[in-house]
Design a protein around this ligand. Structure first.
Ligand SMILES: C[S@@+](CC[C@H](N)C(=O)[O-])C[C@H]1O[C@@H](n2cnc3c(N)ncnc32)[C@H](O)[C@@H]1O
Length: 210
């Protein structure tokens, strides 16, 4: 097993990522956040776990919607420092930990959320089992990952004549990818859509939306 990488603590990566998110020029605000939020259950009076919480945007949003508490787990000290500076709420708790090392308590939350963090996790099956166990009976798990079409062969957009496309190769090769995003050697783990879905079902989840 490879140790988790904390690429968001790389100063060059961090500054560029922060700039992207603070100016809403990424796909998060345009596509990912609205899609994920549309799938959420009612947040009123529930305890939520946010895995890979970044700057804590979701935690603050959830509290405005009436959530009882939000626990945000984050591997990057730089991201957490920003999250803490941007949050003034005694019911939001930030934990400096890799998702892989977080001590998930049994039957503790009604909702687990994760935005664009699981493609950094090597063993998705193990984490899914822990998430299932930490949820109460009627709990929900809502998450996003980088699209497997993009993680398969992550060289980015290719332009030919007046057409741009993202080539897909090695889709069935589920393994580590060393990618370039702001800096070299950003480590991600490629899994097929089938693996994401079947891992959830094998872990005990019932799939309501994809
Ligand atoms: C694309 S950012 C998304 C941040 C936040 N979820 C959001 O949507 O604004 C991915 C986050 O996951 C964190 N992360 C990556 N691998 C992690 C791991 N193994 N354990 C905990 N956090 C991790 C990164 O440090 C980063 O803050």
């Amino acid at each position: 097993m490879n140790p988790p990488q904390s690429i968001y603590d790389n100063p060059v990566f961090f500054e560029q990522y922060k700039n992207l998110r603070d100016h809403d020029t990424g796909l998060n605000a345009a596509l990912e956040m609205p899609s994920l939020r549309a799938l959420l259950p009612k947040l009123m009076d529930i305890d939520i776990l946010d895995l890979g919480c970044g700057f804590g945007d979701f935690a603050r949003f959830a509290r405005i919607q009436g959530a009882k508490s939000v626990t945000g787990v984050e591997i990057s000290q730089k991201m957490l420092t920003q999250a803490r500076q941007r949050t003034h709420d005694a019911h939001i708790h930030y934990v400096h930990s890799a998702i892989e090392d977080f001590p998930f308590a049994h039957n503790r939350y009604q909702l687990v959320v994760s935005s664009l963090a699981f493609h950094y996790i090597q063993d998705f099956q193990k984490i899914c089992g822990k998430i299932f166990d930490c949820l109460q009976n009627d709990g929900s798990f809502v998450f996003s990952v980088e699209h497997p079409m993009c993680t398969a062969w992550p060289i980015g957009w290719h332009t030919e004549a007046d057409t741009s496309f993202w080539p897909v190769r090695d889709y069935q090769d589920e393994s580590i990818r060393h990618t370039q995003w702001f800096v070299d050697d950003v480590v991600k783990y490629h899994r097929t859509t089938q693996t994401y879905v079947s891992t959830l079902i094998e872990s005990g989840f019932t799939l309501h939306a994809l």
